[in-house]
Ligand binder design. Structure first.
Ligand code: SAH
Ligand code: SF4
Length: 345
């Protein structure tokens, strides 16, 4: 698959065909600057080379098979069919001048967070780096047609990116390439469920990519009941890894919190969270739960959300309450579950 190769490997392949190195650059620019996605579009190449390229590398490893647009037109969800019959979803959010993509890294997820639609479907497989890159290129092309560009990419779609660490980072590096798409590392945000060894690795690599960590509860009993991974990596270990990350990189961490009515939106949870985060370079993103079929929890009211935020802010912890967006097309946080969509329609 063509998006699977970094430029040096593409160059190597072209050289093995007896082609000059500049041909690889032409293909690279066609892919990542013109967003061409079929061999026929590379009209700057001799026909024989175009044919050979099409025979050697797949250009259609992810195919948009369905698109849903929210009634306000601001959220667009695309279902992509993969070559093995699996499917994943990605979401484009158009708010103000931002054009934010939410992309997937796995089909399903092995982490089993009880409130999450992707978790409820279980783990199917990792996406390859090319399948991750291709999601971004799809939307880059779509936006370019209207004279627009992707401004931010959040790795918060289906799957746990740190469980598929290598492919996720390879995809980011490829999109980051100054000779290609040149998408700045700082415009990516990766969200993890809190896999401690990989937070440590990410810290050591000193990447410029923003880090978000899903907390959702401030004590181990509650967190384990919502997120089974907490039994392996308890909250204090996660926070220690985050402190280490902040120290090594000087970068702020975002903590995510899906507010569930009567479960984790209580003043006690807010106070405990404030105590645990005290003095950290961090920010809390709280979002009323997006209901999913496999979980009985309900979203917090705005009033309770504001109360939660106020308690954090009294302790000097910045907190934003985020809106629930794309809900009617099941494009909200944690609502992505491609097979359900395929099955329904
Ligand atoms: N696996 C990663 C990233 C994908 S989920 C992670 O868990 O961080 C992206 C975010 O959506 C996470 O913060 C996740 O906890 C949150 N989320 C999952 N299900 C949700 C739901 N039903 N309502 C609100 N947020 C949800
Ligand atoms: Fe996986 Fe993230 Fe969903 Fe948890 S919240 S099941 S880690 S996708």
């Amino acid at each position: 698959m063509v998006y699977e190769l970094p430029l040096p490997e593409l160059t190597y392949l072209l050289e093995s065909w007896g082609e000059p190195a500049y041909r690889a650059k032409q293909i690279w620019q066609g892919l990542y600057q013109n967003f061409w996605h079929a061999p026929e579009q590379f009209t700057n190449l001799p026909t024989s080379l175009r044919d050979r390229l099409g025979q050697a590398l797949r250009f259609d490893a992810i195919t948009p098979s369905k698109t849903l647009t929210s009634s306000d037109g601001k959220t667009v969800k695309t279902l992509f069919a993969l070559l093995d019959g699996q499917a994943v979803e990605a979401v484009l959010m158009k708010y103000d001048r931002r054009r934010t993509l939410c992309i997937s890294t796995q089909v399903g997820c092995a982490m089993g967070c009880v409130f999450c639609a992707t978790g409820q479907m279980g783990f199917k497989r990792h996406l390859s780096s090319g399948e991750i890159v291709a999601q971004v290129m799809h939307y880059a092309r779509l936006l370019a047609e209207g004279g627009e560009q992707v401004t931010n990419v959040v790795v918060m779609g289906m799957g746990e990116p740190f469980h598929n660490y290598e492919n996720t980072m390879a995809a980011i590096d490829r999109l980051n390439d100054p000779q290609g798409y040149n998408f700045g590392a700082r415009r990516f945000t990766i969200s993890t469920v809190g896999l401690v060894p990989l937070i440590q690795r990410f810290a050591d690599e000193k990447r410029q990519v923003n880090l978000a960590v899903s907390l959702h509860a401030a004590d181990d009993a509650l967190r384990s009941s919502m997120m089974p991974v907490n039994r392996k990596y308890p909250i204090d270990d996660v926070l220690a890894a985050c402190r280490d990350y902040i120290e090594k990189t000087g970068r702020r961490v975002t903590f995510e919190w899906a507010l569930v009515d009567g479960v984790n939106d209580t003043p006690e949870q807010a106070r405990l969270l404030a105590a645990k985060l005290k003095g950290m370079l961090c920010h809390v993103n709280a979002i009323p739960l997006n209901p999913t079929t496999g979980y009985s929890g309900q979203p917090t009211s705005r009033q309770r959300a504001e109360q939660f935020k106020a308690i954090l802010e009294q302790s000097g912890i910045p907190c934003t309450i985020r809106m629930r967006r794309g809900i009617e097309i099941q494009a909200g946080c944690g609502q992505l579950a491609a097979p359900a969509l395929v099955g329904r329609n």
